[in-house]
Design a protein around this ligand. Sequence first.
Ligand code: PGA
Length: 242
Amino acid sequence: MQLIVCDSYEEMSTKAADIIGALISEKNDCTLGLATGSTPVGTYRELARRCAQQSLSFSKVCTYNLDEYVGLGPDSDQSYVYFMRDNFFSHIDIDLSNTHLPDGLCADIDAECRRYSDALAALSGGLDLQLLGIGINGHIGFNEPDDIFIPDTHCVELTQSTIEANARFFQTPDEVPRRALTMGVRPIMRAKTVLTLVNGAAKAPILKQALQGPITPHVPVSLLQLHENAIFIADREAAALL
Ligand code: PGA
């Protein structure tokens, strides 16, 4: 496991963009696992800037997002499909048909989970890189703290802590969906590189547990201690307790 500590959010975002950019330069048709939330926004902004300068092209890149709220679709500005278009896809030269998220509006949740799991399982060699943020409760994607690790795509009841953390994106906490579809831990662990970004003092306790605590499904991110190529990039505030 590699830990890179940066002075600022901007530096963290630039370093993450360097790693993703280097991968795309090496393999222009690579497959990326992507995340939503505040943490990766700076990375997406920096990658879009490089794409606008034509130093980077996503024209052959394929993406799979971690998760989506149940009941929200592309027309809802709180959905993750909307977030990805708004923050990233509409600013780069990616072919939208190469971008994938679980369908929050699906009629049959079990069938949708199977479809998404099958698509990820069919990637030969797995994702080239999975980008992650972490929740203050240690979740990755919406793999919430639990007694077990769940390998494949599944529907989760969001924990109270996640609902409260995500309420800032909604008018009222009551509007936060209670359920989400999330990639399980198998495709994350199968990714060739897992790049986890962590910033801000609020994440310092969970980053310490993630890197220095026991490997436990009660802190899902701790599983990355077993990954052969896990890179954490943290700002000084998040790394303060290490
Ligand atoms: P954040 O969310 O980037 O908005 O802090 C991270 C997460 O919940 O995974």
